[in-house]
Ligand binder design. Structure first.
Ligand code: SF4
Length: 397
């Protein structure tokens, strides 16, 4: 029975190819981003803080910071990658240190609730039939004196989400479902996010309707992943942090040319073709602009001189000026009313056509029932289409 975690689901949403390489092909990489490394060091330090409290040992801030420094030194390895050229290893180490300091000052002596466990494992069925399971680890589960259970999650990211974002956060929503399933007598459960870089605590909970909707949405996403065959790459700003650029058709060529000596770079066939293509495109853009100017001048000349054909040395130009009736386009103002008038008059079938690009989208999204899809697909055929588009390289590339 397939088991999914929050990071599997979000990796698939970020990029299906990255998901396949990580979780289906199980390709292991030595490298990890410095942000992930920092997150692990901070999580492990806070875990130690609460685990020690369970054994009635309250660490001082200095003790906790030296524990953090030890983790950092002992576990740092050559595969930790710093994607941002303007930041150093020390920048991230100090950042983590500051997170521990502010957290400690805010919560010491850590007695507002009782820790029931750190890294608490959850595993439960996402649907009634036990077709898929969800598993995850709660950073810290605690209980307040009035019996409220609190699911804590430490975040070291540099983005502080809005209340709306955390109210619809999938990860802790699923953890709440897991806690309810494991301990059905628990009544009040709060979700707490600690955004350590901002010294902010965000809180949310979930209504029974929200839980129902979350389970349905998650099961739907898992169905989509299970049915996925192509696992296409999805390029985004997060590609700079991906461990698989050498296996990805979107980034492989970057890796190939990055390894070339500077004097071989321009001779590499791909680089040479792109450079030539860019030159030609620039010329054609200049020519297009010039053609548009001359075209405008020809129209003005024809109007001014009241002629329709203008003679050149070996060619002639015909200028035809006519008025054509135009109706609002698909998304233009007035289109809905126009459609309504034609439909009401019973003339819709005379003037409407099947929108085949909308049909392709509906088939791709699998929105229709299988029998109808099969019927429609009998009339479709797969054609190979190529597009070649040119764009500027961004700074980080
Ligand atoms: S580099 Fe980007 S597109 Fe390629 S696999 Fe990684 S995340 Fe996906």
């Amino acid at each position: 029975m397939p088991v999914y975690s929050h990071s599997q689901l979000s990796t698939y949403e970020q990029c299906p190819l990255k998901y396949k390489l990580s979780y289906r092909d199980r390709i292991k990489r030595e490298s990890e981003s410095v942000e992930a490394f920092l997150g692990n060091m901070v999580h492990d330090t806070l875990r130690k803080c609460y685990d020690d409290i369970c054994f009635t040992r309250l660490n001082t801030l200095d003790q906790l910071l030296s524990c953090y420094e030890n983790f950092w030194e002992q576990r740092w390895h050559d595969g930790v990658a710093i994607a941002r050229a303007d930041l150093t290893r020390d920048h991230f180490r100090t950042l983590g240190r500051r997170m521990i300091e502010t957290y400690y000052r805010r919560y010491a002596p850590f007695d507002s609730d009782v820790t029931l466990g750190t890294e608490v494992r959850l595993s439960f069925s996402l649907d009634g039939d036990d077709r898929y399971r969800f598993s995850g680890y709660i950073d810290r589960l605690s209980c307040t004196p009035d019996g409220c259970h609190r699911i804590h999650d430490y975040k070291t990211s540099s983005h502080l989400p809005s209340q709306q974002e955390i109210d619809s956060d999938r990860q802790l929503g699923l953890y709440l479902i897991g806690v309810r399933k494991m301990w059905p007598d628990v009544r009040d459960i709060r979700l707490i996010w600690h955004y350590l870089a901002f010294d902010r605590e965000l809180e949310s909970t979930r209504s029974p309707e929200a839980i129902e909707a979350l389970l349905e949405d998650t099961a739907r996403l898992v169905d989509e992943i299970e049915a996925c065959k192509s696992f296409e790459p999805r390029e985004s700003a997060l590609c700079g942090w991906c461990e698989f650029p050498d296996l990805c058709p979107m980034r492989k060529h970057f890796v190939t040319v990055a390894e070339l000596p500077a004097n071989d770079y321009l001779g590499e066939p791909g680089v040479a073709l792109v450079n030539r293509f860019a030159e030609l495109k620039e010329d054609s853009a200049r020519l297009d602009a010039e053609i548009a100017q001359v075209r405008e001048a020809l129209i003005n000349y024809a109007v001014r001189e009241n002629v329709q054909i203008i003679r050149g040395s070996s060619r002639k130009v015909r200028v035809k000026i006519e008025k054509k009736l135009k109706f609002p386009g698909k998304n233009d103002e007035g289109r809905e009313e126009l459609d309504g008038i034609v439909k009401e008059a019973g003339k819709w079938m005379e003037v409407s056509l099947l929108d085949t690009s909308s049909l392709v989208k509906a088939v791709d999204a699998g929105r229709w029932e299988r029998s109808l899809l099969n019927q429609v697909l009998q009339y479709g055929r797969l054609e190979e289409a190529s597009t070649v588009s040119l764009s500027r390289l961004k700074e980080e590339n």
